[in-house]
Design a protein around this ligand. Sequence first.
Ligand SMILES: *Cc1c(COP(=O)(O)O)cnc(C)c1O
Length: 372
Amino acid sequence: MDEMNKKPPTYVTQPLLPPLEEFIPYLEQIWDNKWLTNNGPFHQQFEQALCEHLGVNHISLFANGTLALVTALQALRITGEVITTPYSFVATAHSLLWNGIKPIFVDIDPDTLNLDPARIEAAITPQTTAIMPVHCYGHPCDVEHIQQIADNYGLKVIYDAAHAFGVEHQDGSVLRHGDLSILSFHATKVFNTFEGGAIVCQDAKTKRHIDHLKNFGFVDEVTVVASGINGKMSEINAAFGMLQLKGIKAAIQKRQAIDARYRRGLANLKGIHCLPDTGEKTPNYAYFPILVQPDHPLSRDEVYDKLHQHGIHARRYFYPLISDFPMYRGMPSAAHANLPVARKIAEQVICLPIFPDLADEQIDYIIDLLAH
Ligand SMILES: *Cc1c(COP(=O)(O)O)cnc(C)c1O
């Protein structure tokens, strides 16, 4: 191929960025206020605006999603063992290790790729205190079944909802389930504030406690009630979040069109399986995973390499499994025999590029590469 005419690579995601000039007035306001962090005006506005946009009662903003996860576990005083999924981004389990908690990996459901509720009970021990499921790719977990198990055994439920911005079930926001839900606003996510995150909680008292924990444990100038951390979101990120909210609906509509075009184009390709629509009321089309199955002429890694060679930087989310990383792989629950479904999916999955500015020609080019 002529190097001069080579197109720039297409990455799996490209951040949503409004025109720069639209952000300038926000910056001017911060410069005027001279209030840079610690619950400033944009921070307060953004928490309120997110509650309204997402249809939840209380939100506490964070500097990133990982600090939100770590703090959520602290807020509920989780200890001992927590049941979680191996099929996620590594921060899910890392947040447990950072709190001295032992992750117990449980296999996933082959259709939703979320923690399989039918397998949770067998993993509960006297040390179990909580369940930490992930709404993988933004597809809601079986929240009712998980809550029923949690209620029976007296466990807390903390959802890693990093993928689930704006996702609604038939009964409203999926973020209203469990004791706490965590969001990430990292640059690669559907909704970003460069870096950012949040904890969604159900009552004002819990939010107050979380607000103390993210500010070193300070309640007032002279009172520190816990060994809190610095998890605060700055005014720049909060202001950017206010601006981003204006464009999020249109951005998700564009993702929907991309999802539909992929599904049409890939429908009859031998050995390429698209995850079925999970039927939520408002999906967010955060990812476009495909499974490369044994009857496809190429292996998953051959497909991955071929896409890369043609400038399509697809990603194998989630491969390797979290349970295969060195700090986890010696644990009994990380054993291959315990996680057959997650293993199989991790060997077959590729996430194709999906982001609002992805052009139709580029989608068709990717479909074409997969077809020939
Ligand atoms: C992105 C992500 C996180 C971490 O969020 P950060 O904001 O990057 O710290 C945690 N869990 C999952 C499932 C994620 O995808």
